[in-house]
Design a protein around this ligand. Structure first.
Ligand code: HEC
Ligand code: HEC
Ligand code: HEC
Ligand code: HEC
Ligand code: HEC
Ligand code: HEC
Ligand code: HEC
Ligand code: HEC
Ligand code: HEC
Ligand code: HEC
Length: 460
């Protein structure tokens, strides 16, 4: 009897857990996934947090599938950053014992999710002094570091864990004692259109009369106005007709086609790739609907809340204007202190002067100059559309942006000053950075040793 009762109880337990897991599965796939989130997701990922499968590929256990998921979105950027601590550094037998303290081959050793109470800047979930585990001996190797605490290694302008492209000693030595503002500043200007015209010199720009709009657009639309705009655009110059974007599979121009990023990707692969890898396009990159401005955590204008992020958020598809994209479009959505303080800054004044033709093209500084820097590859100058690539840690901006116009120390010191960034680089700040004093000391020591050796040799 007792046995039977026990079994009955067992059945009941199975029943309850079946019901529970059915409810769980239902909610996970059809219902409110939020219920199963153990906690808020980090700043970088909240826009995809409901897409559990983006990280939890097969199950809710971490392991190789999750590691691969992280890499599928981040490997490119870490490669580009010439990651200082790549996996292969630790599969090297000489360093393998370091892993006993901290398995640095796994992203989630340092970046777990849904744990806001232990999440610091950049989604790091270890205590700030964790560098200690592997670099205990730094004070012995480098007397200059004797006074430093281990929670200061990654202070802005000192070291990063992944990206030290602008933060190693030789680099600082090479660029030390440069003026605050360079006399000869680099000017990069996007040249896609002019390169296209050179390559297709036989093709004349399309004119107002040559558009293939037909009569397929809705009567309510201002087709005449659109045709006018288009005729003045880079697209008409590059022989891109209405049908290039508005055609169906049969090649007929149709007006009511749902146009998405894909219609641009066909011809602008590089820009689309970048866009999808950054925060603006990450949802489209993960095959989700476009990001809604209303889901932002950063401050946005109320009036933009209904918008979503696609190519058309910054480019009027009928008359793309790079200058409007670089500033007006941004301020149409962004409404935080840093963004709003740009207006009136020294950089904004330069940009106005550029727009008015008072200074050379490329000498002004717009939002895009810093966040979507112009990048040179061979002869082509294009715009990096991954606006996260230069953002965190902000020392990533040094090489592709600030150093085109400023000395390295001035730029490093500016980027280390959070309040200055809030003021969008207006007003007083301390333009010296301690790293450079250390480098000066080391250079001075080197010079003295060289002198002594010379003296020794002369005395011999
Ligand atoms: C951007 C990647 C990402 C997304 C998206 C994501 N998670 Fe996670 N999740 C993680 C990581 C990383 C961990 C930590 C894994 C570990 O510590 O082993 C985790 C852990 C968990 C855990 C285990 C918590 C614990 O304390 O062990 C649960 C449950 C979980 N996630 C649920 C979800 C659900 C439900 C969703 C979707 C609504 C989701 N996650 C979306 C990355 C993600
Ligand atoms: C031993 C700890 C550790 C491990 C392992 C680690 N990171 Fe990081 N990560 C950090 C720290 C610290 C930062 C903060 C910025 C810095 O110092 O570079 C960071 C920053 C980041 C950032 C934001 C800044 C940037 O450089 O883009 C991303 C993205 C990132 N890590 C991804 C990854 C991925 C993907 C992996 C696995 C392949 C990984 N991390 C493994 C410690 C780690
Ligand atoms: C679908 C693509 C995608 C996946 C999957 C993904 N990330 Fe990210 N992650 C992003 C994007 C986009 C950002 C925001 C831009 C940036 O900071 O690079 C980001 C930001 C980050 C940051 C910086 C966070 C911050 O708050 O500044 C870290 C660290 C990071 N990811 C680590 C990971 C780790 C670890 C995993 C795997 C558990 C992972 N990511 C999975 C796309 C992804
Ligand atoms: C799991 C071990 C481990 C941790 C944790 C770790 N490192 Fe390293 N780090 C290494 C190893 C191994 C090297 C290579 C040492 C060498 O070549 O002498 C290295 C090299 C470096 C270098 C020199 C890079 C170069 O170009 O040679 C810097 C800078 C650095 N680490 C900074 C940091 C900072 C900052 C932290 C903490 C945010 C940190 N490391 C945490 C293992 C680690
Ligand atoms: C570079 C691609 C591209 C070209 C070339 C193009 N369009 Fe469009 N068009 C779009 C996109 C994208 C939208 C959707 C805009 C949106 O949703 O904000 C659109 C929307 C429209 C609309 C509906 C929007 C409204 O304001 O009602 C009309 C009408 C239209 N296009 C007509 C034309 C005509 C006529 C031409 C040729 C003179 C043309 N388009 C050329 C991309 C293009
Ligand atoms: C049929 C091919 C084609 C399609 C589709 C297309 N473009 Fe273009 N686009 C071009 C060419 C060719 C140029 C000139 C070369 C260049 O700048 O890369 C150009 C130039 C541009 C420019 C720079 C204009 C300038 O004044 O310098 C922008 C911005 C642009 N396109 C955005 C878009 C957007 C947004 C879409 C989707 C709505 C789109 N394009 C769809 C071919 C296309
Ligand atoms: C249609 C609205 C819209 C436009 C236009 C727009 N943004 Fe954004 N931007 C967003 C949203 C939404 C986010 C995500 C904020 C969040 O998730 O909290 C974002 C995020 C960012 C971030 C933070 C990225 C990160 O990883 O933290 C930067 C930097 C940024 N935008 C710069 C720009 C610049 C520069 C321009 C103009 C060239 C611009 N944005 C145009 C809506 C917009
Ligand atoms: C957040 C705003 C923003 C979004 C979204 C955006 N762009 Fe751009 N794009 C810009 C800015 C700003 C410039 C010009 C910057 C400059 O002149 O310094 C530009 C320049 C361009 C150019 C001409 C320069 C070059 O790189 O050849 C093309 C083509 C282009 N964008 C295509 C696209 C396509 C395609 C998409 C969608 C996948 C897209 N853009 C999405 C802001 C944006
Ligand atoms: C001189 C370079 C520069 C200019 C110009 C600039 N920014 Fe920034 N922006 C930065 C830096 C540096 C950061 C901080 C990155 C960090 O440390 O987190 C930043 C951060 C941001 C962020 C993220 C804010 C947050 O709280 O996470 C947004 C959004 C942004 N900028 C938008 C803009 C817009 C919009 C404009 C133009 C109106 C603009 N920026 C002009 C350099 C610049
Ligand atoms: C295209 C050139 C250019 C780029 C890129 C640029 N700047 Fe500047 N910046 C200038 C010039 C020129 C001035 C001096 C303006 C003046 O004196 O009127 C200036 C001024 C400044 C000032 C002083 C502002 C003031 O109110 O006195 C700071 C701080 C600054 N820049 C920081 C930066 C940082 C940090 C970066 C990189 C994120 C950067 N700049 C990128 C050209 C540039």
């Amino acid at each position: 009897m007792n046995k039977y009762k026990g079994l009955g109880f067992f059945h009941y337990g199975v029943f309850v857990s079946l019901v529970l897991s059915a409810v769980f599965a239902y909610n996970l796939f059809y219902g409110d996934r939020q219920l199963f989130l153990p906690g808020d997701t980090t700043h970088g990922h909240h826009q995809i947090e409901m897409e559990c499968e983006a990280c939890h590929v097969e199950s809710f256990e971490s392991g190789e599938p999750m590691q691969q998921a992280c890499l599928s979105c981040h490997a490119d950027a870490l490669d580009k950053a010439r990651d200082t601590h790549p996996k292969k550094k630790f599969t090297d037998p000489r360093n393998a014992d370091l892993l006993a303290n901290l398995d640095a081959t796994q992203c989630i050793t340092c970046h777990i999710e849904h744990s806001p109470e232990i999440t610091g800047e950049f989604g790091v979930t270890l205590p700030e002094d964790f560098c200690f585990y592997c670099h205990q001996n730094i004070a012995e190797e480098r007397p200059t570091h004797k006074e430093f605490e281990f929670d200061s290694c990654s202070d802005s302008g000192c070291h990063s864990y992944h990206d030290n492209r602008a933060l190693y000693e030789q680099f600082l030595q090479k660029h030390i004692n440069k003026p605050e503002v360079l006399d000869k500043r680099k000017s990069l200007v996007p040249n896609g259109l002019s390169l296209w015209k050179k390559k297709h010199s036989e093709q004349l720009p399309l004119t107002l009369k040559q558009h293939d709009a037909g009569s397929l657009f809705a009567a309510s639309a201002d087709v005449d106005g659109i045709v006018q705009q288009w005729a003045n655009s880079g697209h008409a110059q590059a022989n891109v007709n209405c049908g290039s974007c508005h055609a169906n599979e049969q090649g007929e121009t149709v007006g009511d086609l749902a146009l998405e990023v894909d219609s641009c990707t066909n011809c602008h692969e590089r820009q689309s790739q970048g866009f999808k890898q950054g925060l603006h396009g990450m949802r489209i990159g993960a095959d989700l609907s476009a990001m809604q401005v209303s889901n932002a955590k950063l401050d946005m204008h109320e009036s933009a809340a209904h918008q979503e992020l696609t190519c058309s958020s910054c480019h009027d598809p009928h008359q793309p204007d790079l200058k409007a994209a670089a500033l007006e479009s941004c301020l149409g959505c962004h409404n935080d202190e840093h963004s709003n303080n740009y207006v009136g800054s020294a950089h904004a004044t330069l940009y106005e002067q550029e727009l008015e033709g008072q200074i050379e093209q490329g000498q002004g500084v717009s939002c895009a100059t810093c966040h979507m820097p112009r990048t040179k590859k061979g002869k082509s100058v294009f715009v990096e559309h991954n606006q996260s690539l230069t953002l965190e840690p902000n020392s990533k901006m040094l090489r592709p942006v600030c150093m085109n116009c400023h000395g390295l120390e001035f730029s490093t010191a500016a980027l280390a000053d959070k309040e200055l960034i809030m003021r969008n680089f207006s007003g007083e700040f301390d333009s010296e950075h301690p790293s450079f004093n250390m480098v000066r000391t080391r250079l001075e020591e080197k010079r003295k040793r060289k002198l002594e050796r010379k003296k020794d040799r002369a005395n011999q």
